[in-house]
Design a protein. Structure first.
Length: 406
């Protein structure tokens, strides 16, 4: 088995892991707290929709920000992002801005929050060896999944108990602590020559490279389709529990909780995998499990079957998350990593938006049960489409790991 101790004894990674877990917890707090804040002040669905959109849209500009990772020391980018978010949430908490100013602050803050997403994958290989990347990504994703479970719950409790201002200040504190931990990292500047061409030209070269490399081109297609149909399920689940399983809000809450547990268990399970199970295989297994779990959730006759199949789908989703990051890191040169991560994850954000906009129409046409079944079948088809190019890329990735071990 891969040595877990080797990863956790890596002090830079340990600081980075704790910092990213804390800031992800802050992200989870922020989403719920801002929604509750806007709902209390404005009380309308439109206002809530606007603030959620304001948080998502800036992430689409990741490819534009990617060249910064090659021009600016990456630790500075991460610290700048955390400090800006700290300041922004303190301002919101203490000044209670008007709705217009709130949206402006949220958009700018979300743009700064996109910086860690852009450099997140490219920074890890700077202090983690190739052979340890899969385990390091598993630990990072496990921390993020725990944060996604407890962050929203804590936000709801704090807002209910003391109002949104206290929750926003605690949110600001999480980003400040993250900045302090990132400051403990060594300088994160890669050795490759960069910045010798224009900023936009460098970004265009990065995107062109991503579109031409077989692995990243495959991931762009596979992840776009996968995320569209995975996000459809987020829209359809509440209709499935109410109209077909007849379990109401309680059934919906149970399935959401089970899915969260499956995500945590899936990411932690990667820590126990043997080395011969390569990242591309983990990725395909994850997609396969998600497709099967989603398909059979749609066919579930009663709640208990839906619980089991949603756990399987979540387990597969977590495997895919860990493996996708590792495949990119092993297949793409260091100087192109920021472009690869920003392009692939930016496209995934776009896919989510498409699903949320069109999901209601498809539920009307196919029913919630039909949409789950259709989504599962499409994801399984995508596994077949992506299997050959991803498995063909294994040899190059194995070479990267072997070079690091010698």
């Amino acid at each position: 088995m891969i040595s877990k101790q080797r990863v956790l004894s890596n002090q830079p990674f340990l600081f980075y892991w704790i910092a990213r877990t804390i800031s992800t917890f802050g992200d989870s707090l922020a989403v719920v707290t801002l929604v509750l804040y806007v709902y209390r002040d404005n009380g309308g669905a439109v206002a809530v929709g606007i603030v959620l959109t304001a948080q998502v849209i800036p992430s689409l500009f990741g490819p534009v920000l990617a060249p910064l990772a090659n021009r600016v020391e990456q630790r500075l980018l991460l610290i700048t992002s955390d400090i800006f978010q700290t300041t922004a949430f303190v301002i919101i908490a203490l000044t209670h801005p008007s709705f217009l100013w709130l949206i402006i602050i949220v958009v700018v803050t979300s743009l700064f929050a996109t910086l860690p997403s852009t450099v997140r994958g490219s920074v890890l290989p700077l202090f983690v060896e190739s052979r340890d990347l899969i385990k390091a990504n598993a630990l990072l994703r496990s921390g993020a999944n725990f944060s996604a479970i407890f962050g929203p719950a804590m936000a709801g409790i704090m807002v209910a108990a003391s109002g949104p201002s206290i929750a926003l200040l605690i949110d600001a504190a999480t980003f400040f602590v993250s900045a302090l931990l990132i400051f403990r990292l060594p300088p994160l500047k890669m050795d490759a020559p960069v910045g010798k061409i224009g900023y936009l030209r460098e970004g265009a070269i990065g995107l062109r490279f991503v579109s031409r490399l077989v692995v990243t081109r495959t991931l762009l297609l596979v992840m776009f389709v996968y995320v569209v149909f995975a996000a459809f399920d987020n829209v359809a689940l509440i209709f499935l529990t109410h109209s077909f399983l007849h379990t109401g809000d309680a059934g919906y809450g149970l399935l959401i909780s089970v899915y969260s547990v499956g995500m945590v268990m899936g990411s932690l399970s990667v820590l126990r995998l043997r080395r011969r199970v390569t990242p591309p295989r983990i990725l395909l297994i994850g997609l396969l499990l998600f497709g099967l779990g989603t398909l059979f959730t749609g066919l579930a006759p009663v709640l208990i079957f839906a619980v089991v199949f949603q756990f399987i789908a979540a387990f597969g989703n977590a495997l895919e998350n860990v493996a996708t990051d590792t495949v990119i890191q092993l297949a793409v040169p260091q100087e192109m990593l920021a472009s690869a991560f920003s392009a692939i994850y930016g496209l995934m954000q776009l896919a989510s938006g498409i699903a949320y906009v069109s999901g209601a129409l498809l539920i009307h046409l196919l029913t919630a049960r039909g949409l789950f079944v259709c989504s599962g079948i499409i994801v399984l088809a995508i596994v077949l489409l992506g299997a050959r190019p991803l498995l063909m890329a294994e040899h190059g990735m194995d070479s990267n790991v072997t070079d690091m071990e010698h």
